[in-house]
Design a protein around this ligand. Sequence first.
Ligand code: PGA
Length: 252
Amino acid sequence: MRTPLIAGNWKMNMNVRETESFMDDLNKETLPKDVEALICAPFINLPALVDKTENTAIKAGAQNVHFEDNGAYTGEVSVQMLSDLGLSYVITGHSERRELFFETDEDVNKKNHKILSADMVPITCVGETEEERNDGQAEAKVSQQVTAALAGLNSDQVIEVVIAYEPIWAIGTGQSASSDDANRMCEVIRTTLADLYDDETAEKVRILYGGSVKPATIEDLMSKTHIDGALVGGASLKVDDFVALLNGSSHD
Ligand code: PGA
């Protein structure tokens, strides 16, 4: 059985004080035990986030990392710096990083290798543009991105990786993919994994849907066979919504 994961991606929102206050409020809530909760905050908030998640079941993650160990990379942060802090997860290949900061499939692959070697878990985002979907290219695009992101990883490593299917046209637009379309694309990802590795490996990998996920839509998404959770932007910024997403993903 794959443990459901609700991953909040705060993007470039929230300062240190707001992070502390969000976590103080979240820590007062009773959260479902069968769902993993994760917050991915801006770098500067991570020490506060780690501090506030200590001795709780909530995990802390970063939104990006550099693939080199150290050196002359002004403005960048290494995997070692993140793992020393005690983080569990790092997002790689988010479409905003691919589109706005020119992150390539090769960068994503290098980052994934480095993150796994530091015993952290990459959440690798893949997804098609609206134009690619209209041209019937969505499945091929996503399959290609998955293949490139995982190049050189063995099956023991791949079962740790989380893949997030995030159609670019659905991110921050309020226009979510239907649960059936999202499930179909997550199935394409699982089939790609089975082709690259084997069925047993593919069944173990968690695949999330992301793109305008809201408390009102989570139960429907989570009822689908291939959707194991959600990567959530906007709705992860409010404690009530985040808690509702966790409760909506619970089978208890
Ligand atoms: P959204 O963002 O939930 O605000 O659409 C999702 C994401 O970019 O991960």
